[in-house]
Ligand binder design. Structure first.
Ligand code: ADP
Ligand code: MG
Length: 266
């Protein structure tokens, strides 16, 4: 299986292993191959395999396309579509201090929501929505990726392991040790929308204690006045402290400012 692919370069390295840019022999198409160290214990093994299984279930223009997965000498390999425009964090940095026009914010965010809707419709929670896990193509298509933390709804979950990463996107209920649910993904999605409008995280602090406090109080600087009331309002709804009060992704997409754009992407 391995000899089907030629490695062109390493494009990412993490605790899981590596992300490689690869090509099939005699083909020009490039792919990303995620190489994941398989752990020796059963629960770790199951966790790694889950990423491939859940990504393989997805089929949507706004989700990184799954191609293939296989295991070889202690590693799991997941082959997927390569997004040649980098990730959204890099894209936001490129802006320096120049804010996106509202039209651009709406265009990017609708695509993110359409990907999210596909995931939630399949009763899967992504659980690691952040600008670093949102990928772009040079043609302006936005795709959700990194299903390394994803989980099927209603199956038992281990919380402790999963939130060791960046804390900026973690919702109040998670800090309060309540279960992760689809509305926790919506909170994280709200953080991404806020970043699209301000190029900054909504909740930021130099100490964990203050960060958690800000998140749990829902205290953030309003988005710049150049943006519509509609955007302000959606953000406010997504940052409701009680998960039940946050809109579902379908409710967000049904709002006029978004629904009128959807036909462009179908
Ligand atoms: P993790 O966050 O668990 O390390 P990711 O799936 O996010 O794993 O991949 C790590 C990095 O590899 C990403 O931040 C990105 O730079 C790169 N990468 C992963 N998948 C793709 C892809 N489909 N297209 C382009 N780059 C990718
Ligand atoms: Mg990632």
């Amino acid at each position: 299986m391995m000899d089907t692919y030629t490695v062109l370069k390493i494009i990412g390295e993490g605790s899981f292993g590596r992300a490689l840019l690869v090509q099939k022999h005699n083909e020009s198409q490039q792919y990303v191959m995620k190489e994941i160290h398989l752990s020796k214990n059963a629960s770790g093994l199951q966790r790694s395999r889950r990423e491939a299984i859940l990504l393989a279930k997805m089929k949507h223009p706004n989700i990184v396309a799954f191609l293939d997965s296989f295991e070889a000498d202690g590693h799991l390999y997941i082959v997927m579509e390569y997004c040649d425009g980098g990730d959204l964090t890099q894209r936001l940095l490129q802006q320096k201090e120049r804010l996106f026009p509202e039209e651009m914010v709406l265009n990017l965010f609708v695509q993110i929501c359409l990907g999210m809707k596909h995931i939630h419709d399949k009763r899967v929670l992504h659980r690691d929505i952040k600008s670093k896990n949102i990928f772009l193509t040079k043609n302006g298509v936005v795709k959700l990726g990194d299903f390394g933390s994803a989980h099927l709804l209603n199956s038992p979950m281990a919380f402790a392991h999963t939130y060791v990463g960046t804390p900026y996107y973690v919702s109040p209920e998670i800090w309060e040790n309540k279960p992760y649910n689809n509305k926790s993904d919506i909170w994280a999605l709200g953080c991404v929308l806020y970043e699209l409008c301000t190029l900054r995280h909504p909740f930021q602090s130099n100490s964990w204690k203050n960060l958690i406090l800000k998140i749990c109080n829902g205290s953030y600087t309003p988005i710049p006045r150049q943006y519509s009331y509609e955007l302000q309002y959606v953000i406010k709804q997504m940052f409701k402290r009680n998960p039940k009060d946050r809109p579902s992704v379908s409710t967000i997409l049904a709002r006029n400012c978004f629904s009128k754009l959807i036909s462009k992407f179908l």
